[in-house]
Design a protein around this ligand. Structure first.
Ligand code: NAP
Ligand code: G4F
Length: 320
């Protein structure tokens, strides 16, 4: 019988890549979606007839229990969250409900209905925040710098706690930034690739950004969902950092993206205080040595390839 996977956040960037990956592996995929008056299935349009959708919401415990009962999953990937850092200052309570307490609701529903299943929690490098050491490993202390990061830190500890308290197979993947042509438009990489394409095609004149000196360890989302899967194939549950081990500034991203279409970013980028944050995470760089060894995981797409992939995609999308 095909293994069964329940994915929360299946309409998001990672959910769509994970669904592609698991369907290719022969899984029966159940996608949890929340009710909306407009469809949010753009990223999984090509998979609609291969996924069983279950309506549920991270805010509603009964709906999560019912989702577990319907899917009876062998593996649960909890990717749903309010995932945009700036929104977490504007809606800190909602972010806590979705991104922190949502994890408790999911774990408790699993404990009640399918305690033998394996659970993946989408933790984040944002938990390292004001970093205590460089590079960051599974043992680096957390210093979260936004309500989002605080909520993710709660979800991380809760996952470890449910593993230790109830013996669940529950793991936390501490994933550094990962991007793709399916990235949401408000995140800086997609904002840039879309902006570059618009400027090149004469559809826009400038690109307004916040802090372009901040540094991130950026990888490709397609590589990172493979790591999620590998974590659930181990004999024992454990937590892993997933990163490329290389860091770049937003400025580096701009140079490559504009350079790829023969333009100089300095002629188009304007600093806009609206996109500055109350507290910034200046530099993230991850050490995935443990994942390389235990999971055999390695990234396959480097930074330059990622930038070019995203710009080319947005050019094509806009008819260039
Ligand atoms: P994303 O594109 O923003 O997708 C978020 C998903 O969560 C969407 O499918 C969204 O559904 C769903 N969702 C939000 N609130 C919900 C609720 N109350 N009930 C049910 N579903 C809800 O995020 P992503 O980039 O794929 O990231 C996936 C996960 O990894 C997130 O938890 C994120 O915080 C975490 N993470 C991401 C990165 C990264 O660099 N991408 C790094 C580390 C950790 P709608 O379509 O209905 O909005
Ligand atoms: O693309 P970002 O919004 O991603 P951020 O804040 O690093 O968070 C993403 O990665 C996390 C993993 O570390 C995930 F947990 C989280 O869910 C999300 O996927 O911003 C990246 C950097 C920041 O330093 C920001 O200040 O880019 C800087 N930036 C500069 N100008 C901008 C802008 N960010 C955005 N979104 N928009 C700007 O105009």
């Amino acid at each position: 019988m095909a293994p069964r996977a329940l994915i929360t956040g299946i309409t998001g960037q990672d959910g769509s890549y994970l669904a592609d990956f698991l369907l290719d592996k022969g899984y029966e995929v159940f996608g949890m979606v929340r009710r909306s008056s407009t469809e949010t299935f753009g990223r999984i349009d090509h998979l609609l007839d291969r996924i069983t959708f279950i309506q549920a919401d991270l805010l509603d415990q009964a709906s999560l229990v019912q989702a577990m009962e319907e899917a009876r999953p062998d593996e649960i990937y909890n990717l749903a969250a309010q995932s945009f850092v700036p929104t977490s200052w504007r809606q800190p309570v909602l972010t806590g409900e979705f991104t922190a307490l949502g994890v408790t609701r999911m774990l408790d529903a699993m404990r009640q209905v399918v305690p033998e299943a394996k659970f993946y929690q989408a933790s984040s490098s944002e938990m390292f925040g004001k970093v205590r050491e460089v590079p960051q490993t599974e043992l680096t202390p957390f210093h979260p710098r936004s309500p989002y990061a605080v909520a993710k830190t709660y979800g991380h500890h809760l996952t470890v706690n449910y593993r230790e308290s109830y013996g669940l197979f529950a793991v936390s993947g501490i994933l550094f930034n990962h991007e793709s042509p399916r990235r949401g438009h408000e995140f800086v990489t997609r904002k840039i690739s879309d902006g570059v394409a618009r400027i090149k095609l004469g559809l826009a004149k400038e690109l307004r950004l916040g802090n372009i000196d901040s540094q991130r360890d950026w990888g490709y989302a397609g590589d990172y969902v493979r790591a999620m899967y590998l974590m659930l194939q181990q004999d024992k549950p454990d937590d892993f950092v997933i990163a490329t081990g290389r860091t770049h500034s937003v400025r580096d991203f701009l140079e490559i993206a504009f350079g790829h279409v023969g333009l100089n970013y300095e002629d188009y980028v304007k600093k806009d205080p609206r996109f500055m944050r109350p507290a910034e995470v200046d530099q993230l760089i991850g050490d995935s040595g443990k994942a390389h060894k235990a999971l055999g995981w390695q990234p396959t797409v480097d930074f330059e390839e990622l930038v070019v992939m995203m710009v080319d995609h947005d050019l094509a999308l806009l008819g260039g």
